[in-house]
Design a protein. Structure first.
Length: 284
């Protein structure tokens, strides 16, 4: 009977050390999920599952914000400016021309920027690979310097150094990530960036132009366009701020609204001023 009592005492000691409450006790399905996400947890039974809520593709969100913000602001300001001429067709045709050219330009800019990032990563990786091959000791010292502020010295990091000496590719990967703060770009990143920025610019730019397509009176179209666009700017600024800085979402929404309103007001005033100042030139 002694082995039985010994086993029961061991179990009681183990539970005393863990001190789980009701919320920390998870089912077998949750443990399986934790093990699938973090392989080394298979030896850590009973650990509370922690799900990290992060965006998988933050660069796509960033591209959408860039494209949509420019798309709704620039055509809105242009349409408001052209409205001072009193011709709905001028507003529509001029706005559509700017919308198409702007979407192409923004998409091309996104493509070239992502392509440049990929080329930069490739160049830096080739340079880092040469340094690891020719100056391995110096590169190891750089690793020590990187982690010394966190209380890690050469002795504590020697097992990792041994691994890197055995696998130079992993050594280069590590230096790219932690020394240069560069990550391998997605090979599809350039096209995704171009389509995201260009498409969001196109969608955003249609919003201030649509009212002019259904209203014959230019001033009435301007009022409706201002109302719809300003509401959209406010909502867009609020949602964008929730993603970037949730505690200041309302301030971000008001800032986005103010920027769009100021741009439209200046554009309307500038076109109206030059129209009044040089009527003869415009008439010819």
């Amino acid at each position: 009977m002694l082995p039985t009592y010994s086993n029961s005492l061991d179990v009681s000691k183990e539970t005393d050390h863990l001190e789980f409450d009701e919320e920390s006790t998870i089912g077998s399905s949750q443990e399986d999920l934790a093990i699938s996400r973090i392989p080394h947890r298979e030896d850590l039974k009973g650990i509370r599952e922690h799900v990290e809520e992060h965006f998988d593709r933050p660069e796509v969100v960033r591209d959408f914000i860039i494209g949509f913000a420019d798309g709704i602001t620039v055509p809105f300001a242009l349409a408001a400016g052209l409205s001072s001429l009193g011709d709905t067709r001028i507003v529509i045709y001029g706005g559509l021309a700017e919308l198409v050219s702007g979407a192409i330009s923004m998409g091309l800019g996104g493509y070239l920027a992502a392509k440049s990032d990929a080329d930069h990563y490739k160049t830096e990786r080739e340079r880092e690979a040469r340094e690891v091959e020719l100056f391995p000791n110096e590169e190891e010292e750089e690793i020590i310097e990187l982690f010394e502020p966190y209380g890690l010295d050469r002795e504590s990091m020697e097992p990792m150094m041994v691994r890197f000496r055995q696998n130079s590719e992993k050594f280069v990967d590590f230096m790219m990530r932690f020394e240069l703060n560069l990550e391998l770009p997605d090979p599809r990143r350039s096209w995704i960036s171009a389509l995201t920025i260009g498409g969001s610019y196109l969608v955003g730019g249609l919003i201030p132009l649509l009212p002019y397509m259904f209203v014959k009176e230019t001033i009435r179209g301007l009022y409706i366009s201002c109302l719809v666009t300003l509401v959209t700017l406010f909502c867009f600024g609020y949602l964008k701020s929730i993603y970037l800085r949730p505690k200041q979402a309302l301030i971000g929404a008001l800032q986005t609204l103010a920027i769009g309103a100021i741009a439209a007001a200046f554009s309307f005033g500038a076109v109206a001023f030059f129209d009044d100042a040089s009527p003869a030139v415009l008439d010819t």
